[in-house]
Design a binder for this molecule. Structure first.
Ligand SMILES: Cc1cc2nc3c(=O)[nH]c(=O)nc-3n(C[C@H](O)[C@H](O)[C@H](O)COP(=O)(O)O)c2cc1C
Length: 219
């Protein structure tokens, strides 16, 4: 017997069919704000991240910083041979302007495609070895890569990891410029994370970036 929608909702992450979710257009990235030197001075790892969740505009600005197009067909982050091996995913909750769920960023069109219901807590909370501060954040960005786009033999993934680091730093600096708080984590089981998120074959999760607002001592 096929599972009904309420029965499916019992699972932490419910994957959607393509018909169920149209892409969400993100607001055009804004220019201006803090100087680069100011954002560099403010970059630090915060592990007490709470809500409110990120707005659609904040989400769009962070994704654009990590992997958006800053001119036709080219991106904010340099790419070996312009092969663009990176894919950026997002788990989010608690936003007034973006429903909770698991999303994939599409640089062309500056939009996100919802892939599944879920949230950082529901999707990552029970993953073996997951660090609790990551799952507690209102938004968790996952920078993933497809190394075979650069090296078809699949033997050399170092360039893809280099690009992942550049994308991560762009996102972290953009978070500071937006007055958000963020951290970096790679000390988790990336293969298990990729399986949980049902990333396509050949797509490796490389770095996880929880983002939110630093909780005060009384929150
Ligand atoms: C590749 C990489 C992996 C990291 N993994 C983790 C992690 O799994 N958990 C964590 O709490 N912090 C992690 N960090 C954050 C570092 O612990 C942090 O950057 C370092 O302590 C310096 O502090 P700062 O970021 O505030 O300057 C990671 C940082 C990098 C660059």
């Amino acid at each position: 017997m096929p599972l009904t929608r309420p029965a499916l909702a019992l699972f932490a992450t419910v994957f959607l069919s393509a018909q169920e979710a149209l892409p969400v257009k993100l607001p055009a990235p804004a220019s201006g704000g803090a100087t680069l030197a100011e954002t560099l001075a403010g970059r630090k790892t915060i592990r007490t991240l709470g809500g409110p969740g990120l707005t659609l505009a904040e989400t769009g600005q962070l994704l654009w910083a990590a992997q958006g197009e800053n001119r036709p067909g080219k991106r904010t982050v340099p790419s070996a041979h312009a092969h663009y091996p990176l894919e950026v995913y997002l788990l989010t909750k608690g936003s007034a302007t973006l429903p909770a769920g698991f999303y994939h960023y599409q640089p062309t069109g500056h939009q996100i495609q919802k892939l599944a219901d879920g949230s950082p807590e529901a999707t990552l909370g029970k993953l073996k070895g997951m660090q609790p501060w990551i799952a507690a954040a209102p938004a968790v960005f996952v920078v993933a890569g497809v190394p075979t786009r650069i090296d078809p033999s699949g033997k050399n993934s170092s360039l893809t990891f280099y690009e992942g680091g550049a994308a991560a730093q762009d996102l972290l600096l953009q978070a500071v410029a937006l007055g958000l708080d963020a951290g970096t984590a790679a000390g988790i089981d990336m293969a298990a994370l990729g399986q949980t998120l049902k990333l396509p074959a050949g797509t490796q999760a490389m770095i996880v970036l929880p983002v939110g607002r630093e909780k005060g001592p009384n929150s």
